[in-house]
Design a protein around this ligand. Structure first.
Ligand SMILES: Cc1cc2nc3c(=O)[nH]c(=O)nc-3n(C[C@H](O)[C@H](O)[C@H](O)COP(=O)(O)OP(=O)(O)OC[C@H]3O[C@@H](n4cnc5c(N)ncnc54)[C@H](O)[C@@H]3O)c2cc1C
Length: 414
């Protein structure tokens, strides 16, 4: 007897925001869609600060149900080393992220996708008959082997297809990128006025930042991202001990029954991968290296790249040609839409090259509200800086300032 094979048009790997939306959009476009997820349930462990902007929801046509929203928020407040505070006001939400991911996956199933939990992709083999015809995938889970015309890799930072698929020179499709560590606690009785507080305090979070992301009932995620991975937990504990957060209680988040109260993960920081498409393959979200450089948000980018991936897959499948050339439409689309990573990264690097004192001088030159400075506002900041510390221009202060502008929701910052 031959091996039972599961066939589909599109196989989506991973049911995070990128994978859930890729499956939803593919199913809506009439494709026979399979969504697999390694974990036995969707969304846990949570590895996210859980915020998403209103602009993202509008851009993605997301009509969030009440149960996935923990709190509506006013925007971001950036707190510099000398405690100068500046706002980037733009509305958004703090989610119960695991419920959000389950909701998207359920929407995908309602639209016709099939979902299989506890299924882990472990190998991929090309199917060819003169031309490329698809992928034969294998791994852990009853549905394997699975044959798909197009695979959408939404496996997050694991970026599984970048390792499994080889180029014609026999190299992995993409080299492993750099990551930073992110970690947080859920605290209770945290005071808030509805802003996300982002602390740029390098003495605790080297080349990163710390956050207080308020949730309902006085709960809040308090955490950090840092390039100093070994020190991440110690630095977060010190930050909490040294600030007003020490009065708040650490609790297990609602989705966690036992173990350490700390939770988190890693975030890609090398920028978009060199190859985000290949024969019958599209990489979305963290699996493609899509995160916003300064504050490392990735959900908006994952959800949007999933839309482009589904559109590209549908077109290629309808034309009976899923070659790399057809898939390149996807790369063209995201490159046209997403902000210039390298430019923002230069700004971030310039920011972290400033001393704490220089950063605070820069901050005092910003208006209290940074969300819409316009040309005249930016000129004013430039003039103030020129008067107070002209030497800062040699430290590329202008790109550093612009990095904040590029962290706004309309540039996929959150
Ligand atoms: C501490 C922290 C805080 C963050 N805060 C925010 C924030 O507030 N806002 C924001 O926008 N972004 C934030 N991010 C980033 C955000 O979480 C990610 O960018 C986003 O989740 C990416 O979505 P994704 O679908 O690409 O990948 P993921 O959400 O990582 O989903 C990938 C899925 O693939 C599954 N998978 C992996 N390998 C396989 C396999 N071989 N087979 C099957 N399934 C597999 C995984 O189990 C996982 O469920 C944060 C990240 C961290 C670590």
């Amino acid at each position: 007897m031959g091996e039972a094979v599961t066939s589909c048009d599109v196989l989506v790997i991973g049911a995070g925001p990128g994978g859930g939306n890729a499956a939803l959009q593919s199913a809506r476009l009439g494709l026979k869609t399979l969504l697999i997820e390694d974990h036995p349930e969707i969304g846990t462990p949570v590895h996210c600060g859980e915020c998403i902007s209103e602009i993202a929801c509008q851009n993605l046509d997301l009509n969030l149900p009440d149960e996935v929203i923990s709190k509506r928020v006013q925007g971001i407040r950036v707190i510099f080393p000398d405690r100068t505070e500046k706002c980037l006001t733009e509305e958004g939400y703090v989610l119960e992220k695991h419920l959000f991911e389950r909701w998207i996956a359920d929407e995908a199933v309602a639209a016709g996708a099939r979902m299989h939990l506890g299924h882990k992709l472990q190998s991929m083999e090309r199917m060819e008959n003169g031309n490329f015809e698809g992928w034969r995938c294998n791994g852990k889970g009853d549905e394997f082997p699975i044959e798909a015309k197009v695979v959408i890799d939404a496996s997050g930072v694991a970026a599984v297809c970048s390792k499994l698929v080889k180029t014609s020179e026999g190299k992995p499709l993409n080299e492993k990128g750099k990551v930073v560590a992110g970690m947080q606690y859920e605290l209770t009785d945290v005071p808030t006025d509805g802003y996300l507080d982002f602390y740029i305090w390098p003495s605790y979070a080297e080349k990163g930042y710390l956050w207080m992301i308020p949730k309902c009932d006085g709960r809040a995620n308090v955490g950090l991202v840092t390039e100093d991975r070994p020190r991440a937990k110690k630095a977060l504990d010190e930050f909490i001990e040294d600030t007003h957060f020490k009065d708040s209680e650490q609790v297990l988040p609602p989705w966690k029954e036992k173990g350490s109260p700390a939770f988190g993960g890693t975030i890609p920081i090398s920028g978009p991968f060199e190859n985000t498409h290949h024969d019958g393959l599209l990489l979305v979200g963290d699996a493609a290296g899509f995160t916003s450089p300064l504050f490392e948000g990735g959900s908006h980018l994952a959800l949007k790249s999933a839309v482009y991936a589904a559109e590209t897959a549908a077109k290629a499948i309808s034309e009976g040609n899923t070659s790399s050339e057809m898939m390149s439409e996807y790369t063209r689309k995201w490159k046209e839409e997403f902000p210039p990573y390298d430019k923002i990264l230069r700004g971030k690097n310039a920011l972290f090259n400033l001393t704490d004192e220089e950063m605070s001088v820069m901050a005092t030159c910003f208006p209290d509200e940074m969300s819409d400075m316009g040309i005249s506002g930016k000129t004013m900041v430039g003039l103030r800086l020129l008067l107070r510390r002209p030497g800062l221009y040699s430290k590329k202060i202008v790109p550093a300032m612009l990095a904040f502008g590029y962290s706004r929701a309309k540039y996929y910052g959150w």
